[in-house]
Design a protein around this ligand. Structure first.
Ligand code: GLA
Length: 383
């Protein structure tokens, strides 16, 4: 990929790039809609991702181009930048904007991106491009950001520049992921550790429903507000910073404070899902993949019934997986509303699974899904 990127960069800008970077996408094994509630999540980086080649120019402009999109932009260096429409380059532009608040960037850049994360599929293409830009500028200009500041900066861009009130999970996972490992991330303290993602006889299948969804246009921000409403109701009697400070037992003592039925359903999901992540961590550590799979199914069911973020496409994938003997667990991953599901599939069954799922899903939904068998890969790096 690096060679191809160099060649295209040369075609486009007439010289070779000064540096290349790679940032992955991610899947979340379990712990959905938990990060912005301060709980525990278990994402891993995948080998699909974003590649970036760059070179400084001496023209006081930032040139954004991509091998995936025809839209490109040439933006004069400035003290601040504003979002224009919904074009892809708003993500790296937002990073320039954020960095510019603290460091004066006096060099223009020529940039070329390539990504193979399907856009809007719930595999964090946006976190990947944000972190790619932030990591690259920090590294190339020696700005002195610590590693943990990179995902925080990228999340701020997503929240304030793009307008999606996401949590920290995606940006953190793409910055900190490690090959063959899952991240255990406490989204309140940002304490994290990497654990062996030893799936025994099973491997990870990623199933793209091919139902596109756009976070900003979806009900994501609505779910965030509903959780804030639950917190506010609970805080009339107890003092909490985050919903995930309560386990199921403690929540039961106070849940009567939440009088809105919908808000109660959302909070119930959050509390129980957070507990499931703790159980899943134990199961993974003990090599109990069956239990891990059971928790994945339970997670999906809760996201369907209580959090209401699945939809017929994701449900169809999980329905197929449930009845397929070589899958031990499956669930939606990411925000939901379409996008991707993951399944733990017995090694050697890749072809049979893909064939049968495709036919089941196509009959039900009317178009085919795409199945990937991505490895668990590394986080952001220079290449
Ligand atoms: C999206 C957001 C994350 C997280 C997930 C749901 O991927 O970007 O912050 O909230 O949805 O778990």
């Amino acid at each position: 990929m690096k060679a191809e990127l160099t060649e295209k960069f040369q075609e486009k800008y007439g010289r070779i790039p000064a540096a290349h970077y790679f940032t992955p996408g991610r899947v979340n094994l379990i712990g959905e809609h938990i990060d912005y509630n301060g709980g525990l999540v278990m994402p891993c980086a995948v080998t699909l991702g974003t590649w970036l080649a760059l070179a400084p120019n001496h023209e006081q402009v930032i040139r954004f181009s991509s091998m995936n999109f025809s839209e490109q932009a040439e933006i004069p260096l400035s003290d601040s930048y504003t979002k224009t429409g919904s074009e892809w380059f708003n993500y790296p532009l937002g990073v320039f904007n954020e960095i510019q608040q603290k460091h004066e960037i006096t060099t223009g850049f020529d940039l070329l991106f390539f990504g193979n994360i399907p856009i809007g599929s719930g595999l964090s293409s946006s976190a990947s491009i944000e972190v790619a830009m932030a990591y690259a500028l920090n590294h190339f200009l020696n700005l002195g950001y610590e590693k943990v500041e990179i995902p925080l900066l990228a999340q701020k861009v997503e929240n304030q520049f793009i307008g999606v009130n996401c949590g920290i999970m995606d940006q953190f996972a793409v910055a900190f992921g490690e090959a063959h490992k899952a991240l255990m991330l406490d989204c309140d303290s940002l304490k994290h550790k990497v654990v062996d993602c030893n799936l025994g006889d099973y491997k990870l299948a990623i199933i793209n429903t091919n139902k596109p969804r756009k976070l900003a246009e979806s009900k994501y921000n609505e779910r965030v507000s509903e959780c804030q409403a639950a917190l506010k109701a609970l805080n009339t009697e107890i003092r909490l910073n985050n919903l995930c400070e309560l386990n199921a037992e403690k929540f039961a003592l106070h849940s009567h404070l939440i009088t809105d039925g919908t808000v109660l359903k959302r909070a119930t999901h959050v509390i129980k899902e957070n507990d499931r992540v703790h159980s899943a961590a134990k199961a993974l550590n003990e090599g109990n993949i069956e239990e891990f799979g059971r928790l994945m199914y339970a997670s999906h069911q809760s996201l369907k019934d209580l959090y209401e973020v699945t939809g017929p496409e994701l449900d169809a994938v999980v329905e197929f997986a449930t009845g397929y003997q070589h899958v031990v667990g499956a669930r939606m991953t990411g925000a939901g509303f379409g996008g991707c599901a993951i399944a733990l599939l017995k090694k050697g069954q890749e072809e049979d699974f893909t064939e049968n799922l495709t036919s089941f899903y196509t009959d039900l939904i009317g178009y085919a899904p795409t199945v990937y068998f991505s490895e668990i890969g590394n986080g952001a790096s220079e290449i």
